[in-house]
Design a protein. Structure first.
Length: 239
């Protein structure tokens, strides 16, 4: 792996299993997702706290680090590990003020998947709470949201307003918001591009989300705190 500077700071991962790892500012989808989290402490008591996850999550992912295959090569990003594959472009979304990595963006098969891992309680889930707040946030911005039963459980399929120059809305963008509650963590995904516009053609990006490994760690963290992410330490890190 070599590190250098181009138009932006960029890290290239060798062997062409990942095209490159790029440092970039938060995308419009990231900002929307962060805004949706702003009121998480004001969740209505009537909302479900059950965990939301596929029945086969423990076998087919997204996996906890204790469930993953120890001999497979992963890109170590701290709170998540990503399985390299041909044609995958990886971006680290960085908060401008703090320079903290706040999300991982994965470009693959004409689609984009943004993932963020959060700490969660051991016995209850977060996705039901967060999903309702994301839907409310999108509707307040003038978007349209539909909840459907997707491959990971309940998900949101939305038409999200795109804000252009001078704060003027410049059309809409299709997006899918997915979430999985794991053991002491919650993994959120935002899907854009082909897999959002044509959900019937989204098997590759859904499998990519399934392949993410979450590393919760043993450090005590309040629920809903972002599990720390960092630059990749190695392209051949084992779990």
């Amino acid at each position: 792996m070599r590190i250098g500077r181009r138009k932006r700071d960029e890290v290239e991962v060798a062997e062409a299993v990942v095209d490159d790892v790029e440092l970039a500012g938060p995308s419009p989808e990231i900002e929307l997702a962060d805004d949706a989290d702003a009121g998480l402490d004001e969740v209505l008591a009537t909302e479900s706290t059950d965990k939301s996850a596929p029945l086969d999550r423990g076998e087919n992912g997204p996996l906890d680090e204790t469930e993953a295959n120890l001999v497979r090569p992963y890109v170590d990003l701290g709170g998540v590990k990503i399985l390299p594959r041909e044609g995958l472009h990886l971006r680290l979304e960085v908060e401008e003020d703090s320079k903290r990595v706040v999300a991982v963006g994965l470009d693959f098969d004409d689609s984009t998947l943004q993932v963020q891992p959060f700490a969660a309680p051991r016995s209850t889930g977060l996705w039901h709470e967060i999903r309702a707040q994301i839907a409310e946030q999108i509707e307040q911005q003038g978007g349209v949201v539909t909840e459907v039963d997707g491959p990971f459980g309940p998900e949101l399929r939305a038409q999200v307003p795109v804000v252009g120059g001078a704060g003027v809305t410049d059309g809409v963008r299709a997006a899918r918001f997915v979430g999985v509650d794991g053991p002491r963590w919650f993994l959120r995904g935002v899907i854009a591009g082909k897999a959002a516009e044509q959900p019937e053609e989204s098997a590759d990006i859904e499998e990519l989300f399934r392949s993410v490994v979450v590393v919760r760690g043993t450090t005590p963290m309040p629920p809903r705190d972002l599990i720390p992410l960092h630059m990749p330490k190695t392209t051949q890190s084992t779990i």
